[in-house]
Design a protein around this ligand. Structure first.
Ligand code: ATP
Ligand code: F6P
Length: 312
């Protein structure tokens, strides 16, 4: 094996650069050239890449985002585009590819494997929306950011006796809402459709006020409701002021937490070893303290669980 490619796809996630650096450094150590395709699958289609060296990847290793850029590439959804792309990258002499991304990117990685390009996927998304792995790269950092931002809004909430509906990211999975909401002392976490239950929410507010707390926080997973929609729904039934707060893309920013850097390094080492041994159609994952390889086809169809890092 002489030449491999790597790309980041879907939303960026803090820790992607740590994974990239580990792959570049690891590749160098075993004499493999590492091409970084720019802007996700778009770079693969256009053969738009950079030859990565350790001095560059090292400089960005501790930063958020991705030095390769990323995209949501609609062209890659077309089977004929994927087929032509595989032919082109094989002509380029590429022996294999590592895709770092979320659930959608996994679908793309599986398609490439089925077309005969050796491909390994690495879970990189703040959403933690991939089945059969405890965490994805970027998730810890996003939860940490959400907790810090909600802590920050508490003082103004208390001063004005406001209720805040705080919308957090997670299109297909409410993990950020669930973890951050449990880490914080909030009145409610709206992470399932049944949590939009008027009587339950009003009781949560009443109980909190009776206990002497003069502000309330509801964490709302974006897949269930927007902050504004939650406010519009609740406001007619309240005697208190309520405000929407959509935390938005700041959740994807910032430097990766140490745990995300560790995870990224472990994932990248495992993925590189698998690719260089000739494996394909696999993804890396973490279960408990073990980094594992799994079949992409099974991961994509498996049911995603929602769990905290411990059990009560
Ligand atoms: N079914 C599919 N077949 C082939 N490629 C796909 C498929 N679904 C998604 N992709 C490719 O993967 C890209 C990223 O997918 P998507 O936008 O869903 O983000 P993601 O990887 O799930 O990350 P995030 O969780 O951060 O949003 C898409 O833009 C597309 O190029
Ligand atoms: O940046 P975009 O394309 O608006 O995507 C936002 C989506 O990406 C994610 O942040 C995941 O990367 C989701 O939580 C969110 O719904």
């Amino acid at each position: 094996m002489k030449k491999i490619g790597i790309l980041t796809s879907g939303g960026d996630a803090p820790g992607m650069n740590s994974a990239i650096h580990t792959l570049v450094k690891g590749g160098k150590q075993i004499g493999i050239e590492v091409l970084g395709f720019n802007k996700g699958y778009q770079g693969l289609i256009d053969l738009d890449y950079q030859v990565l060296d350790v001095s560059k990847s090292e400089a960005y290793e501790s930063r958020g985002g991705t030095i390769l850029g990323t995209s949501r590439c609609l062209d890659f959804l077309k089977p004929e585009v994927r087929q032509a792309t595989v032919a082109k990258v094989k002509d380029l002499g590429l022996d294999g590819l590592i895709v770092i991304g979320g659930e959608g990117s996994y679908q793309g990685a599986l398609a490439l494997h089925q077309l005969g390009l050796n491909t390994i996927a690495v879970p990189g998304t703040i959403d933690n929306d991939i089945a059969n792995t405890d965490q994805t790269i970027g998730f810890y950092t996003a939860v940490k950011s959400v907790v810090a931002m909600v802590d920050q809004v508490k003082t103004t909430a208390a001063s004005h006796e406001f209720i805040f509906a705080v919308e957090v990211m997670g299109r297909r999975a409410p993990d950020i809402a669930y973890w951050a909401g449990n880490a914080l002392d909030v009145e409610g976490i709206i992470y399932r459709p049944e949590d939009m239950h008027l009587e339950k929410v009003l009781n949560q507010i009443k109980r909190s006020r009776q206990q002497g707390k003069n502000y309330q926080i509801f964490i709302v997973a974006e897949g269930i409701s927007s902050a504004q929609n939650f406010v519009d729904w609740l406001k007619p039934h309240l005697d208190y002021n309520i405000r929407p707060l959509n935390l938005g893309h700041v959740q994807r920013g910032g430097a990766p937490a140490a745990l995300d850097r560790l995870l990224a390094k472990g994932f990248a080492e495992k993925a590189l070893a698998a690719l260089t041994e000739g494996s394909s159609g696999l993804n890396v994952a973490i279960k408990g303290r073990h980094i594992l390889l799994q079949k992409l086809e099974e991961t994509i169809t498996a049911k995603k669980e929602l769990v905290l890092p411990y059990f009560f």
